[in-house]
Structure formats: C-alpha cells, structure tokens
Design a protein around this ligand. Structure first.
Ligand SMILES: CC(C)(COP(=O)(O)OP(=O)(O)OC[C@H]1O[C@@H](n2cnc3c(N)ncnc32)[C@H](O)[C@@H]1OP(=O)(O)O)[C@@H](O)C(=O)NCCC(=O)NCCS
Length: 235
C-alpha cells in the first residue's frame, strides 16, 4: 500500500482556482478574515481535486467533495471524494505549508505544525496520556519545546484518521517517545486500535513537524511529493 503526501505552498487566488470551489466552500472561503487562511483553504481543496482527478482519470472540476461534519452535518468536517474508487484523503495546513495525504481505501490522517511559542507544559497536561506526561516531564525545558510538536503532530494525525478530529480525546492513547519511531502503544478509546495504526513522520523542513497515520494491517510506503507544479497547472 502506498500513501502519497503532497506538499504545497498557499497558492494565489486565481479565478481558475476559485471556480473549482463548490458553493459551501465558497462561503467558507469568504468567511475567513485572514488572507493566509483563505489561501490555505483554497489550496487544500483545489489540491484534493487535482490529485483526485489524476487518480480517477477525470477533470478537477468533475471532482465532488463532501465535508459534512460527522457531528452536526455542516460542511466543515473531513473532506471525502465522492466517486466510485476514490482515494481517502486528509488535509492539514500550518504556516507556509498545506499537506494532503492520499491513500486507497483505508482511513488516513495528516498533520503539519509550525513550531511556535506555546505553553507546551500546559498543553501536554491536557492532551497527553499519563505515560506520555511522565516521559515528557523527564525532559529539560528546551527538550520539551522541541518534543512537544512531534507528539502533537503525531497525535493529531491519529485523531484525524478517525474522522472525528479532536472529539477523540488525545489523552486516551499513548504514543512512543518523541525520539522513537512513531506508533501507538496503548489506547483507552475504541476509535484508536493500536494494532492497526501505522504512522510515519514527514519532512516539511526546519521549523515544522508533520506526521501521517493510516489504519491498516500493513505499513504503507509513504512518498512525499511537491505539489506546486500540479496547482500551477490548474491555472
Ligand atoms: C480537524 C481538526 C483536528 C483541525 O485541526 P487544526 O489543527 O485546526 O487544522 P489542520 O489544518 O491540521 O486541519 C484542518 C483540516 O482538517 C480536516 N478536518 C476537518 N474536520 C475533520 C475531522 N473531524 N477529522 C479529520 N479531519 C478533519 C479539514 O480538511 C480541515 O481543513 P479544510 O477545512 O481546510 O479542508 C479540529 O478542527 C477538530 O478536531 N475538529 C473536529 C472536532 C469538532 O469540533 N467537532 C464538532 C464540530 S460541530
């Protein structure tokens, strides 16, 4: 099994890209106040269409997405490509990166995090499991700063693969230490089965952490790809 992770910079809002959005997406695009949020959203949704169009052998404008929230039905949930044989996808954006993970059939989640000033000890207290908090507490403060975003990107990739996002309590499952290969060691939540979570760290470059998780019996081959040309080809 192969899992492609496409990396794009937020693209300029050309009429051609904007025309690819459906009505609900146009409304969400219009509701973002900050330009960077608009462009990251636009880039993610047009990138899904470009990649899914290649996968399905169709045109980007023919690719329909359904992002109904599992909870309230509003169109702010995990996007799904609506077509027979469509790939599973997951989007994340942070800073100057948009990431799209694409895999056949199995649930997938991706997360990219720009390393930023944050109260990492407080965040770890509420989002890490007891075992993770114990391991984290042994680190020095500079080590905690470096380790926190590794844990966070890994944990968020897992909850995004469930399709429920942070409604799945991040503190209910335990990951390997930040300096070990990523895996789920234990889980107290039915959405996360340690035996089926396969994870990989990604390489977005300095100042960022990123991970991808799939729920599968076999580890996928993860291939990272640059998407700027693909977005550029959309016009
Ligand atoms: C999904 C979630 C983890 C996003 O985290 P974030 O760090 O702000 O943002 P990221 O850039 O990493 O991810 C955002 C993307 O996740 C995807 N997403 C949205 N809901 C998702 C979900 N439930 N599961 C997985 N992915 C989801 C979307 O593609 C979204 O980007 P887009 O709307 O531009 O396409 C967080 O918003 C969340 O947990 N939402 C669901 C929980 C919730 O509030 N439920 C009740 C709502 S009524």
């Amino acid at each position: 099994m192969r899992c492609d992770v496409w990396w794009a910079r937020p693209a300029a809002a050309s009429p051609r890209l904007l025309a690819l959005l459906d009505e609900a997406e146009r409304e969400r695009y219009g509701n973002y106040r900050r330009e960077v949020d608009k462009l990251r959203f636009l880039t993610g949704r047009t990138l899904i269409r470009a990649v899914a169009a290649q996968w399905l052998g169709t045109a980007p404008e023919e690719v329909a997405l359904d992002a109904s929230c599992y909870d309230c039905g509003r169109p702010h949930g995990k996007p799904r490509v609506v077509a027979q044989g469509a790939p599973q996808v997951s989007i994340s954006h942070s800073g100057q990166w948009v990431a799209l993970a694409v895999v056949a059939e199995v649930p997938v989640g991706v997360d990219v995090e720009e390393i930023r000033a944050a109260e990492v000890a407080d965040l770890a207290r509420i989002s890490f499991s007891t075992a993770e908090r114990t391991a984290f507490a042994r680190l020095t403060e500079p080590e905690q700063r470096a380790a926190f975003f590794t844990y966070w990107a890994r944990k968020e990739a897992v909850v995004k693969a469930t399709g429920r996002g942070m409604s799945v309590a991040m503190s209910k499952f335990t990951l390997t230490a930040h300096d070990q290969p990523p895996a789920v060691l234990a889980s107290e939540t039915p959405e996360v089965d340690p035996a089926r979570v396969r994870m990989a760290d990604l390489a977005p470059g300095e100042g960022y952490r990123a991970s991808v998780a799939v729920f599968a019996d076999e580890p996928p081959e993860v291939v990272e790809r640059q998407a700027d040309d693909l977005i550029g080809s959309l016009g």
